[in-house]
Every structure is written in structure tokens, then in C-alpha cells.
Design a protein around this ligand. Structure first.
Ligand SMILES: [Mn+2]
Length: 491
């Protein structure tokens, strides 16, 4: 087996990325800041706080591997907790501050790095946190910017540096500016990727594809959903040293495949069912997000393949039309058009209605109640979907689930993940709706209530004249999937 560890990103999970990766991110943010923040006081500093370890409830156990706050990681590359950073807007200097306070116990249980070790590791000045406030006072800026704002996916507040001025420096409090635009400019910076980020994300998607292929090969009747999760993740763990997935893995077979964020993964796989596998990995602080849907026994039934082909067509048609400048909601509608026409052809939706009228009445929502895809990068649902200067969230059913309604720029990484699901409670709602029920072949649809769902999700890079599918090497055609699964399932 070719060992990818040695190519491209040797030991990136163990040693981190080259510091130049983050220098480039910082430069890009700084340039955007100067360009976009009108009224910016140049004689100022921006203060950032890194992530902290969070114990499990009331215990002293931190039972996950520390993950840095995404904004802090983007600018610094720092992979440990207890950091602050200061970006000097005037000089462009970037300095880290580390909380060295420790007792004997810390030294016994953990290895506390010295400031010099940290400085060598990150190739940045690293100062003791005890000097933080006095150094700010010495710098004597006109303004101290602290970013604040809301993540448009979660509705939660972004990490705002906590400042606790000692009495001697209380006067500095007056010049603190909790500024949303600073956050938004950073989010905007993160939406498009640098060449280095693109190259890394390509690599992450390659290894994700490898792991998905391993997972597909493991699928067979009688094993548990959790076995597929293990096949995927153990592969990455063993081969690439990864420790963290980018989101809890979704391995839904049968009915579970129509639960969009199903993650119990504890059911036994049944012959004749589909398995929807939505799994990604966090590698060197960046993520992937990929979904395949395969037949548990290795062979699609006619019914399964007829729905699968519609979803694949929707995915491919979106990618064929995706390029810089396109309006993302238009791509969602394009996927809906394919889905609606496909369902009409199968008789699940009634003939004799204009597809455009169906779009207007949001009929496709009842089969795909999520958005077509989302921005991706450090976070799997990456920032910048909706900012104060980008198009607003649409109101219509389905479109309102879109995590962005941007005109996509070149070098944006976004997922393309159309799906068709048979979700009884949602479909029943449509059957009861006086305005909508005429469209649905209720009797036939009810025979699909145990079908589950199909999603086909690729990660793509938007370019000036098209898009590059970063997960193109996955088997997507029916024949290719069946061929791959043949060993396990002798049909
Ligand atoms: Mn996704």
C-alpha cells in the first residue's frame, strides 16, 4: 500500500502544518482588514483569545482532544489551549501570549512547554501572560479591537476575548471596541481559501475517499452500523494519525438513512436496505464532509437504483453549472428541478403540473428538507454563510435551510449534497395540505415509507470557469459501487 504519510503533508497531524501556512492566512486577513474596515483606527491592536479545555460537566475530565478555536487557529496555527494573541494593526506584528501559571501538579501530570519552546515551534514571539496588560499599556494604542458576532449556522456567539484589566490598567477598558465587523472580515477571509489551504483540503479529501472506500467494502448484512463507522475511522487513525472526526459519523441503514443527522449507529444492517454513510475527518485542523449511499447487500434493487440515479443526476448537474459568480440558491433550485422531474417520471409526483409551479410551491422540500450544501474549511459548517454585507437568508421552505445564499467566489470550498428522503411525518404534512396534495401520489409514496433516504455529497472547489470535485475518485455510478462491494456480497 502506498504510504501517503510521506507525501504532501508528512506528519501534519503529529507536527502541525508549516508555520508559513498561517503567515499567509494572517496576511490575507490583514489586507482585508485594511481594505474593508473603513474608519479603522490604524493606531490600534486586535486582541484574540484562544480556546480553553472544557471539562465534562462537573468532573475534572476533559474527555476529548483539544481543538483550537477556529479563528484563533486560522491566524496562529496554535494547537494548545491557554493562549491570547495581539495583532498590531499599525505594524502588522503578531504576538502570542501564553498563560504559564502552573503548580507542581501541572508539571507532573502534563508537560508544560516553555515560552522559548513555543516560540520556536510557532516561529512567533511568545510572551508570558503576566505581561499582557502592561505591554498593552506600554504600546498605548488608541483602540483595542475585540471581535464579536454570531455564527450564522449555530446562532451562537463567536469567541470574544475575555479581558480582565488589573486595577493599574483599568483605564484601558475605555478604549476597548467590541467590533462585529472585525469578526465579519475574518469570516469573509476564511470563505475563500489560499493556495495552501486548497492543497491541504485536496489532500484531506483524498484520504477521506480512501477511508470511505474501506468503509463501503466493509458493508454487508449482519454487521452493525458502528462497524462501518469503525472501518472508516480506524483506517484514518492507523494510516494518518488522526484523532478527531469532523462531526459525529452518520451511518444510517434502512429507515435510519432518512434521519438527516442520525448518529446512534447501533442498528444491525439488513439485507435489502440502503446504508447512508456521511463521514468526514479533521486533519491538521481542517475538515472534509462526504456522503455515500450504498446497498447493504452490494446490489441496488430497481427501486433503489431509480431514486439513486435521480440524486446522482442532481449532484452532477449542479457541479456542471457551478463556477465563480453563481448564486447558490439558484444551484439549490437546479437540484430541485432534477429531483422533481425524476419523481414525476417515476410517478411519485403527479404528471400534468408545471415543474416551475412545483418549485414555486416548494414541493421538492418534502423530499429534500435541507440545503444543497455549505461552506467548508476549518469547520465542517464553515463561517461566513451570512454576514451583514452578504445576501440575506431566503424565507421559502428548503431555501431557508441554505447555510449561505452567496454569489460564490473563486477558491470557495463548498459541499454539493442533494438527497431524496422518504420521511413519513413530513410527507403526511404535504398530503394534508390543501394547496399541495394534488402534486403527490400519496398511495405510491406510502409504499416507500421504509425506503429511507439517499444523499450523495461531494466537496468541491469553485474556480473561475467551473468547479473541481475534490472527491471525484469515489465510486458513484451504480456499477462501480456494486463492483467494489462484490467481494463481500457474492451476487
Ligand atoms: Mn455536509
Amino acid at each position: 500500500m502506498k504510504n501517503k504519510r510521506l507525501e504532501g503533508y508528512p506528519m501534519a497531524e503529529l507536527k502541525g502544518l508549516n508555520n508559513s501556512f498561517f503567515t499567509k492566512n494572517r496576511k490575507k486577513f490583514y489586507n482585508n482588514l485594511i481594505k474593508m474596515l473603513t474608519g479603522l483606527n490604524r493606531n490600534s491592536i486586535i486582541v484574540l483569545e484562544g480556546g480553553k479545555e472544557i471539562p465534562r460537566y462537573d468532573t475534572d475530565v476533559v474527555d476529548y482532544h483539544f481543538q483550537q478555536d477556529a479563528n484563533f487557529y486560522y491566524l496562529s496555527g496554535v494547537r494548545e489551549p491557554k493562549f491570547y494573541a495581539i495583532l498590531d494593526v499599525k505594524s502588522e506584528e503578531f504576538k502570542l501570549y501564553y498563560d504559564l501559571s502552573k503548580d507542581e501538579r501541572d508539571n507532573i501530570f502534563m508537560q508544560i512547554p516553555s515560552l522559548q519552546e513555543l516560540s520556536e515551534k510557532y516561529e512567533l514571539p511568545v510572551l508570558d501572560m503576566v505581561d499582557f496588560y502592561s505591554n498593552i499599556a506600554k504600546r498605548n494604542p488608541r483602540k483595542i479591537y475585540v471581535m464579536c458576532g454570531t455564527n450564522s449556522d449555530s446562532g451562537l456567539s463567536v469567541k470574544t476575548a475575555k479581558l480582565d484589566f488589573p486595577t493599574d490598567y483599568e483605564v484601558l477598558e475605555k478604549i476597548v471596541d467590541y467590533n462585529q465587523l472585525v469578526y465579519e472580515i475574518l469570516a469573509e477571509t476564511r470563505v475563500t481559501k489560499t493556495d495552501e489551504e486548497i492543497s491541504l483540503l485536496k489532500y484531506i479529501n483524498e484520504i477521506t475517499v480512501e477511508a470511505h472506500i474501506e468503509a463501503i467494502k466493509a458493508v454487508k448484512p449482519g454487521i452493525y452500523e458502528r462497524d462501518i463507522e469503525n472501518a472508516f475511522f480506524n483506517y484514518l487513525r492507523e494510516k494518518y494519525f488522526v484523532r478527531i472526526w469532523s462531526y459525529p459519523m452518520i451511518c444510517g441503514c434502512g429507515n435510519n438513512s432518512s434521519t438527516l443527522h442520525y448518529q446512534d449507529n447501533c442498528k444491525k444492517l439488513t439485507d435489502g436496505d440502503l446504508a447512508l454513510l456521511d463521514m468526514g475527518v479533521r486533519f491538521a485542523g481542517y475538515t472534509s464532509d462526504v456522503t455515500v449511499t450504498v446497498p447493504v447487500n452490494g446490489k441496488f434493487t430497481d427501486t433503489q437504483s431509480s431514486i439513486y440515479k435521480i440524486v446522482l443526476k442532481a449532484n452532477r448537474e449542479v457541479q456542471a453549472n457551478l463556477k465563480a459568480g453563481v448564486f447558490w440558491p439558484t444551484m439549490h433550485i437546479r437540484a430541485e428541478m432534477v429531483i422533481l422531474q425524476g419523481l414525476i417520471d417515476l410517478g411519485l409526483l403527479n404528471k400534468g403540473f408545471n415543474v416551475f409551479q412545483m418549485i414555486k410551491d416548494r414541493v421538492a422540500y418534502y423530499f429534500m428538507p435541507h440545503g444543497l450544501g455549505h461552506l467548508m474549511g476549518i469547520e465542517v459548517h464553515d463561517v461566513g454563510g451570512y454576514l451583514s454585507f452578504t445576501p440575506k437568508r431566503p424565507n421559502e421552505a428548503g431555501l431557508s435551510s441554505l447555510r449561505t445564499s452567496r454569489y460564490l467566489a473563486a477558491n470557495t470550498i463548498i459541499t454539493v449534497e442533494p438527497g431524496i428522503y422518504f420521511i413519513p411525518c413530513l410527507l403526511e404534512k404535504a398530503f394534508k395540505d390543501e394547496r399541495l396534495k394534488k402534486y403527490f401520489n400519496e398511495k405510491l409514496i406510502k409504499t416507500y415509507y421504509n425506503f429511507g433516504g439517499i444523499r450523495i455529497e461531494d466537496d468541491v472547489l469553485v474556480t473561475l470557469d467551473g468547479c473541481i470535485n475534490l472527491t471525484a475518485s469515489l465510486p458513484r455510478e451504480i456499477e462501480d459501487i456494486e463492483k467494489l462491494m462484490k467481494n463481500n456480497n457474492p451476487y
